[in-house]
Design a protein around this ligand. Structure first.
Ligand code: ADP
Ligand code: MG
Length: 211
C-alpha cells in the first residue's frame, strides 16, 4: 500500500481574467521510504502541489489518500504525520532554538533527542539571528522531524543557501529520512540533486511527468 495517493486532483486560482488552472487531474503515488524529487521552472506549480498535499491549500476536486485512508481533515496529519520545511526558516526570532522546536512538540524528550541526533546540542540556547543560514535551515530539518512524521515535504528548502550548504541540507534530509523511515517530496529548481532521489517528476501540462 502506498503512503500517499493523489487521485485526479485539480486546482485553479481565481484571477482577473477568470480561473487559472495550475493542476488538472493529477495523479501520484508515493511509497513508504521513497524519496521524490519535484523539479521544474518557477511558476510551473510545485508549491501549489505541495500545499495541496500538506493541506495548506484546498483541492478543487480529486482525492488524497494517506496510509490508505481518505484525507478529510488535514489538521491531524499536519500535527504528526506530515513534516514541512519551507523555503524560509520561519523560526521565531524571540525564542531560542530549543523553544522554537518546542513549538512543534510538547514532548521535551523528543525535542532533546532530535537536537542530539542532528548534532545541534550546542545550538539549543542560541537565537536564530546567531545562526548562519545553513544552520537555520538544518534546524528546520530537525524541527520537521521532531514528531516522527511519515512524510516530509520540503518546498525549495535550499534556494537561499550557497551550493555547499544546499548540498548539506539535502544530504541531511535524505540521510535522516532513511534513519527515521519516512518518505520525502522535495521541490527544487536545482536539477543537480535529481540523481540523489528514487524518483523525479516535473509538472508539465498541469500534471506530473516522470523525468
Ligand atoms: P512554483 O512553485 O513552481 O514556482 P506555484 O505553484 O507557486 O509555482 O505557482 C503556479 C502558478 O500559480 C503561477 O502562475 C502562480 O502565479 C499561480 N499562483 C500561485 N499561487 C497563487 C495564488 N494564491 N493566487 C493566484 N495565483 C497563484
Ligand atoms: Mg514555489
Amino acid at each position: 500500500m502506498s503512503l500517499l495517493e493523489l487521485k485526479n486532483i485539480s486546482k485553479s486560482y481565481l484571477s482577473k481574467i477568470g480561473d487559472y488552472q495550475v493542476i488538472d487531474n493529477l495523479n501520484l503515488s508515493v511509497n513508504h521510504n521513497q524519496n521524490i524529487f519535484l523539479f521544474g521552472p518557477s511558476g510551473c506549480g510545485k508549491s501549489t502541489l505541495l500545499n495541496l498535499i500538506s493541506g495548506l491549500d484546498n483541492l478543487d476536486s480529486g482525492e488524497i489518500f494517506f496510509d490508505g485512508k481518505l484525507v478529510k481533515n488535514h489538521f491531524d496529519l499536519l500535527k504528526d504525520d506530515i513534516g514541512i520545511i519551507f523555503q524560509d526558516h520561519y523560526l521565531v526570532s524571540e525564542l531560542n532554538i530549543l523553544d522554537n522546536i518546542k513549538l512543534k512538540s510538547n514532548d521535551i524528550t523528543k525535542v532533546e533527542n532530535i537536537l542530539t541526533y542532528f548534532d545541534m546540542d550546542h545550538l539549543k540556547f542560541k537565537f536564530p539571528n546567531q545562526l548562519s543560514n545553513g544552520q537555520k535551515q538544518r534546524v528546520c530539518v530537525a524541527r520537521s522531524m521532531v514528531n516522527n512524521p511519515k512524510l516530509l515535504i520540503a518546498d525549495e528548502p535550499t534556494s537561499y543557501l550557497d551550493k555547499d550548504n544546499a548540498k548539506l541540507v539535502i544530504d541531511l534530509i535524505l540521510s535522516s529520512s532513511k534513519k527515521f523511515n519516512l518518505s520525502t517530496i522535495i521541490a527544487s529548481h536545482d536539477i543537480s540533486f535529481r540523481p540523489l532521489f528514487d524518483k523525479s517528476y516535473t509538472i508539465e501540462d498541469k500534471s506530473l511527468k516522470e523525468c
